[in-house]
Design a protein around this ligand. Structure first.
Ligand code: FAD
Length: 233
């Protein structure tokens, strides 16, 4: 599920178990990665309607009876999961950067509106109840961005970055969401109007909060893999 661009793709990446689980030394072994044709006579693609992220289609994909030639395999048999992992950290860093960008755009609009909108003869931005949440949003976004940049720097240097990429994704997702929500609230009723754009920022930032890994699962990762706490499952 949630397979991007399957409406238009000619090719797809498939991770498939090629050695039965019981014969594999670890559950993560025995899977192979393929880059193969998206043969629509064997693959059914159903589009999922959604609240944002309209630049790409998202789909449920059902594969039945698709034969994949061995020439389509990437790398060695049984090591596919390891190859997939290489893409996960940069994906987290990328989505985190997206959340920071959305948060900053929302904060800029909120700040502008707070200066312009006059209620009872003074701009609403003169009230600390308007100012302080926006100041907090700025601090959260900039702090999260430092973690995202740390993760990106480690990744670019070819160093392990799992903890930083996950932490950056979590912090940026939360900071971006908080800023977008506050931008809607700062606009009052007009926050709900399309004209001011902040409603679509709020819809769009939800995806960088949910995917590619949910906040709860980042917390699981940090607790178990970084702090060494016992597994919860
Ligand atoms: C628009 C869109 C595009 C996407 N694109 C991709 C893509 O390109 N590639 C890809 O791989 N995925 C993609 N996803 C999928 C996305 O990564 C998952 O939806 C996301 O990781 C959450 O997993 P799930 O939907 O299976 O939720 P579930 O696992 O069903 O979880 C439901 C809720 O329960 C919580 N939860 C689950 N387990 C625990 C736990 N142990 N402790 C506490 N809470 C828990 C989750 O955090 C979540 O809030 C996309 C999703 C969307 C919406």
């Amino acid at each position: 599920v949630w397979i991007s661009t399957a409406q238009v793709a000619h090719k797809m990446l498939v991770l498939a178990r090629t050695t039965p689980l019981e014969e594999s030394a670890k559950p993560t072994l025995g899977m192979s990665l393929f880059y193969t044709d998206l043969d629509r006579s064997k693959v059914e693609v159903r589009e999922i309607g959604k609240m944002g992220r309209k630049c790409v289609d998202s789909n449920q994909v059902f594969i039945d009876g698709l034969r994949v030639p061995v020439e389509d395999r990437i790398g060695e048999e049984g090591r596919g999961f390891e190859y997939i992992l290489h893409g996960l950290n940069p994906e987290r860093i990328l989505i985190a950067a997206e959340a920071i960008g959305l948060g900053r755009a929302a904060l800029a609009r909120a700040t502008r509106y707070a200066k312009e909108r006059v209620v009872f003869d003074r701009p609403i931005g003169q009230n600390q109840a308007i100012q302080h949440p926006l100041a907090k949003n700025w601090m959260e976004l900039e702090a999260a961005n430092l973690m995202v940049m740390k993760a990106a720097t480690l990744y670019d240097a070819g160093k392990p970055c799992g903890a930083e990429a996950n932490a950056g994704k979590y912090l940026a997702g939360e900071a971006g969401f908080n800023a977008c929500q506050q931008a809607v609230m700062t606009h009052g009723g007009y926050g709900y109007a399309r004209e001011y754009h902040v409603e679509r920022y709020l819809r769009e930032v939800m995806i960088s909060r949910i995917a590619p890994v949910s906040p709860q699962l980042v917390l699981c990762f940090i607790a178990e893999r970084v702090l060494g706490l016992p597994k919860s499952y």
